[in-house]
Design a protein around this ligand. Structure first.
Ligand code: A3P
Length: 322
């Protein structure tokens, strides 16, 4: 019955009946497809995007798990790729009047949601897209093209806490549901049952790819971006073949981008305080604290130890530490 209500296609319905299912964080259900958990709407979008999305060689895909700093990465890459057209001191800079998720839409959540066929007519080259898709589920056209992927990850403790806050805001603000307890959400997250989770498998897919194809996949960490923003953005610009000229570094272009995209600046813009996405999420839910280490204000020492243990088991062997 709920599949009918969501207008799910026959193909998706058949698939769903064969997939493992769990209760969702906000939506009623999560389905495990190719090893990763998706809501019903998302799954339909993933299938549509896998079938129809045609990558172009010059495309840039910004990839994250939810709550790893997607909004920040989208803003930075948009600003750096468009810095000639929109210098930082320009009052008409699109980032001042539009949310980064509108300027850099998600392929599966923006362009193919509800099985729509994406409208790409307004994009200019190089096209910038966001996605939360795990590596295994990327459309073949992306896997087979030389387009560039930037992966931003964040330590699992802060990611989990951010996700817990975010999903509870969606539940209480938008649809009048009660909140999920920290403990129940933690149990789900550690079992891998989270949006586009398991978190660790998502990270590992792109980490391995970045080691094998460093020209194609750049792997960044939220914590490094906070600690050394200039170093990381210089690296990013070089990877995207738009390196900063020395004069841009000295005459404040790089600093200007960092300031424009800072948590303080973006979260205080009128558009981000009052606007919302077509899918209903208020822009302000994408801005909370924007800090490293907030997890320790929420998680018990046991919870922290458990997340650290899983991270060690799953990632340390591959040389990835947080
Ligand atoms: P917190 O909940 O820890 O504050 P995403 O953009 O992937 O949805 O991630 C949201 C997280 O990134 C939130 O983390 C949010 O506050 C933080 N964030 C949003 N904009 C940011 C920015 N410009 N700089 C740093 N962090 C930012």
């Amino acid at each position: 019955k709920y599949l009918l209500e969501l207008g799910v296609t026959e193909e998706c319905k058949k698939l769903i009946l064969s997939l493992p299912i769990e209760k969702g964080w906000v939506a009623n259900h999560l389905h495990q497809y190719q090893g990763f958990w998706h809501t019903t709407r998302q799954l339909q979008a993933v299938l549509a995007c896998r079938r129809h999305f045609q990558a172009e060689d010059s495309d840039i895909l910004l990839v994250t798990t939810p709550k790893s700093g997607t909004t920040w990465l989208k803003a930075i890459v948009f600003a750096l790729m468009n810095r000639d057209q929109y210098p930082n001191n320009n009052d008409l800079h699109p980032l001042l009047s539009e949310n980064p998720h509108v300027l850099v839409p998600f392929i599966e959540l923006g362009l193919y949601i509800d099985g729509q066929v994406g409208d790409f007519t307004t994009f200019t080259s190089p096209r910038l897209f966001g996605t939360h898709l795990p590596f295994v589920s990327l459309p073949d056209s992306v896997k087979n093209s030389p387009c560039k992927l930037v992966y931003l990850c964040r330590n699992p403790k802060d990611t989990f806490v951010s996700l817990w806050h975010f999903t509870n805001k969606l539940r209480t603000n938008g649809i009048g549901m009660g909140t999920n307890s920290l403990e129940a959400s933690f149990d789900k997250f550690t079992r891998g049952v989270s949006l586009y989770g398991p978190f660790w498998d998502h990270v590992l897919g792109y980490w391995k790819e970045s080691l094998e194809n460093p020209d194609r996949v750049l792997f960044l960490k939220y914590e490094d971006m906070k600690e050394q923003p200039k170093v990381q953005v210089l690296k990013l610009a070089k990877f995207l073949e738009r390196p900063f000229l020395l004069e841009e570094e000295t005459n404040g272009v790089l600093d200007g981008i960092l300031k424009l995209c800072s948590f303080e600046n973006l979260s205080n813009l009128e558009v981000n305080k009052t606007g919302k996405l077509a899918s209903g999420e208020n822009y302000k839910t994408f801005f909370r604290r924007g800090e490293v280490g907030d997890a320790k204000n929420h998680l018990t020492p046991q919870m922290i130890a458990k997340l650290d243990r899983i991270t060690q088991e799953k990632l340390h062997g591959y040389g990835l530490k947080f």
